[in-house]
Design a protein around this ligand. Structure first.
Ligand SMILES: Nc1ncnc2c1ncn2[C@@H]1O[C@H](COP(=O)(O)OP(=O)(O)OP(=O)(O)O)[C@@H](O)[C@H]1O
Ligand SMILES: [Mg+2]
Length: 412
């Protein structure tokens, strides 16, 4: 089969500029140093996409996926190598790219069509579909400067797919918009595949790539790590992501044990965490997390409080909570026992977290004991599009085509 996209030894270099010199000495020294460094964001990438195939590009953040896609789209000029694309290409690379902010949505549709060389009568024949698919009937004559990023994306996606492209490039867009819009995008992409269009799809959502793509490329720091059948490439990519996480977990965590005796002989005998046990605990965002802290003391513990602190790997505390926050401080506790902390819906998003447990004296604040090293656990966000550390319960309200407002809320 004919190749529609051919990339040969593509490479793109960027410059990182140093900060401006502040002092006279720096200015003098700087004269001998170069003012910037160069690095290869994409380095020696070659691939071919046969007609009618869907090609996936996966890789971690900053690995060069978008840069590669922009080279294919002709938005960036590669510093080495070459790329050729046969047929009409439409792309959705950045939210709002290719829109003129002062023009209305409608005017931007015509503008985009003109840029792609489509006759006005063709746009006339599809404009209602474009607007309908983007669900922008009420807003289409407003300047796009007033659009939200979701509206931008919906319009951009809708334009791209209705421009009758032979080749469609999509960068990560399905991560925007509500579920029903995403489903319609996926359905539409499936339809385009069936029609024999050629697609390039960039994502770090490996499972979407697995579902959608015939062949796949994994890039890492701009270089090719694997290429070929999607299943194999995605497996290799996920394998590496997991390995990397496990290394991180190992690095920040000791075994699940407790501590030796601390002040006054108080000891944490063990900390047990709920969640599926592999080598490390793993829990999903929104699930219940319970932590059982077993302690031992030579005599009843008076005026003690227990503290549990959660923090993302290598960062500051995200939450530190103590029993006296729950008015359980200062109680007299038996010499041995188990204190349980329950988080009904874990708000933490995808990532590796540490847990540290301490027992302190309430009056003096002095620490009796802490577990020597934190316990690490992994949180899997699943199909969530929020990014960050924690899922903060929230609610969106958007105007709907029918007068009753649509409410979309998200909690853990
Ligand atoms: N215009 C630019 N000037 C300088 N550096 C850039 C430029 N654009 C991208 N970079 C850098 O090039 C590298 C690759 O970026 P790129 O956006 O292609 O990665 P990506 O794989 O798409 O990441 P993400 O998954 O976060 O979208 C990054 O280190 C990025 O900071
Ligand atoms: Mg990107």
């Amino acid at each position: 089969m004919d190749s529609v996209i051919t990339a040969e030894s593509l490479a793109k270099r960027f410059r990182i500029y140093h900060q401006r010199s502040e002092t006279l000495k720096e200015v003098l020294v700087d004269r001998r140093r170069s003012r910037y460094e160069e690095f290869w964001a994409v380095n020696d990438i070659s691939f071919e996409v046969p007609e009618g195939q869907t090609f996936g590009i996966v890789g971690a953040n900053g690995s060069g996926k978008s840069t590669l896609l922009k080279c294919i789209a002709g938005i960036l000029v590669p510093d080495r190598g070459r790329v050729s694309v046969k047929g009409r290409m439409a792309s959705l690379l950045e939210v709002g790219a290719g829109f003129h902010p002062d023009y209305s949505g409608r005017e931007n549709i015509y503008l985009n069509g003109a840029i792609l060389g489509l006759p006005r009568r063709y746009i006339n024949s599809v404009i209602d579909e474009i607007v309908g698919f983007a669900e922008l009937e009420q807003f289409i004559d407003n300047p796009v400067r007033n659009y939200s990023s979701g509206m931008y994306t919906r319009l951009g996606f809708s334009i791209a797919i209705h421009m009758d492209p032979d080749v469609l490039l999509i960068d990560e867009v399905l991560a925007v918009g509500d579920e029903s819009f995403q489903r319609r995008c996926m359905d539409h992409i499936e339809g385009m595949r069936r029609e024999g269009r050629t697609l390039v799809f960039v994502s770090h959502a490996a499972e979407t790539v697995r579902k959608l793509c015939d062949r796949c490329l994994w890039i890492d720091h701009g270089v090719q790590r694997a290429a070929g059948r999607t299943g194999d490439v995605v497996d290799a990519y996920i394998g590496e992501v997991n390995r990397h996480e496990t290394e991180l977990l190992r690095a920040i965590s000791a075994d699940l044990g407790g501590s030796g005796p601390g002040w006054m002989g108080v000891r944490i005998a063990g900390v047990e965490m709920s969640g599926s046990e592999g080598e490390f605990n793993s829990i999903r965002t929104g699930e219940e997390l319970s932590i059982r802290i077993t302690y031992q003391a030579p005599e009843p513990l008076r005026g003690a409080r227990f503290r549990a602190s959660f923090y993302p790997a290598g960062r500051d505390i995200l939450l530190s909570t103590r029993t006296d926050d729950a008015e359980l401080g200062g109680m007299s506790l038996p010499p041995e026992g188990t204190v349980t902390l329950t988080v009904p819906q874990v708000p933490f998003l995808d990532g590796v977290y540490g847990l540290k447990v301490e027992i302190e004296d309430i009056t003096s604040g002095r620490q009796y004991v802490e577990v020597d090293r934190p316990q690490a656990f992994r949180v899997q966000g699943g199909r969530r599009f929020e990014v960050g550390l924690a899922l903060i319960g929230h609610r969106w309200q958007v105007p709907a085509a029918d007068p009753s407002a649509v409410e979309v809320s998200a909690t853990g």
